[in-house]
Write a protein that binds this ligand. Structure first.
Ligand code: ZN
Length: 307
């Protein structure tokens, strides 16, 4: 385990927000806790809040090398099964994005933490020159097998061209990073002047998160930063971006998958509900889910920034 300072303001001045709920000695060799679809709700290390700037984060946490090694090794076949829900979600996410960028016209987009490349594929189909980068060797192989331009690695190691991209997207990625501020600085370098960064993450200050407190399901071992709209805005501005907007944005999920998640959270409710949904033949039905605790921020590298 390692202790870290606040990634937003650099202070070492945090108070306990939610105590550790992991009883046994955790080992990162068990990468299932880091798979996208894992159901380790409520199982997390100590979560603290910076007294200076309000950023909420896991501290202490697993060593950052161990976390990266874990992501390189992670496999997640359930995510492949849940592809349809992601497709619907990402198709919907593209609309507000293109309202800001205009039509794609073959311009260059990078999806950071692209996993098996679902968004890369949808963006490419829409007319973007879409690239992806992800640390997971397994996920990158899945994406490459579909003919997608996806490279294995991190923003530091993937050798991506600087000041080349019109858009960089980060869907449900920033809460997993060991150094989100460093990553946003990298994104700034990769973007052309006037380029757009899009960050979708969980909102620790949303009404639902406040209401549920320690029972909010997104408190999980794999999440090491818990942004709010305010703290993410502050970090983007520190990295030189102009924040255009941030608003709650939900997702689509197949009813069968959704019920299996509910079942992992509240077995007494979820299991019978999952049985009923299966019985009624509704497992494949895609339903919009927006509880207001996920949000998307759009920010621009200033047009007059040196390239
Ligand atoms: Zn701070």
């Amino acid at each position: 385990m390692e202790y870290v300072c606040c990634n937003l303001c650099g202070a070492d001045d945090a108070i306990l927000r939610y105590p550790c709920t992991i009883r046994e000695n955790s080992t990162v060799k068990d990468w299932s806790a880091f798979a996208c679809t894992n159901s380790g709700y409520g199982r997390h290390h100590t979560i603290v809040q910076c007294r200076r700037c309000g950023l909420v984060y896991t501290n202490p946490r697993l060593d950052h090398h161990d976390i990266l090694n874990t992501y390189q090794a992670v496999e997640d076949p359930l995510y492949v099964e849940e592809r349809e829900g992601r497709v619907l979600t990402f198709e919907r996410h593209l609309k507000p994005l293109e309202r800001l960028t205009g039509p794609p016209n073959g311009r260059l987009l990078l999806d950071m933490g692209c996993h098996i490349g679902v968004f890369v594929e949808i963006a490419a189909r829409r007319g973007w020159e879409a690239w992806g980068v992800d640390p997971s060797r397994w996920a990158v192989e899945q994406a490459q097998a579909r003919g997608l331009h996806v490279v294995q690695g991190t923003l530091e190691t993937a050798n991506l061209p600087e000041a080349a991209f019109d858009v960089v997207t980060m869907w449900d990625v920033i809460e997993h990073l060991t150094d989100p501020r460093g990553a946003l600085q990298q994104v700034y370098r990769l973007l052309k002047p006037g380029g757009l960064v899009v960050v979708h993450t969980i909102d620790i200050e949303s009404p639902l998160a406040r209401l549920m407190g320690a029972h909010w399901p997104w408190l999980m071992e794999m999440h090491i930063y818990y942004f709010s709209r305010r703290t993410l805005r502050a970090m983007l501005e520190k990295c030189g971006f102009q924040v255009l907007s941030d608003q709650p944005q939900g997702r689509y999920q197949r009813l069968g998958y959704l019920m299996s998640r509910v079942g992992a959270l509240v077995p007494l409710v979820g299991r019978p509900a999952e049985w009923l949904v299966t019985k009624l033949g509704l497992r494949g039905l895609a339903v919009p889910v927006n509880l207001g605790d996920l949000f998307t921020a759009y920010a621009r590298k200033p047009r007059n920034a040196p390239a």
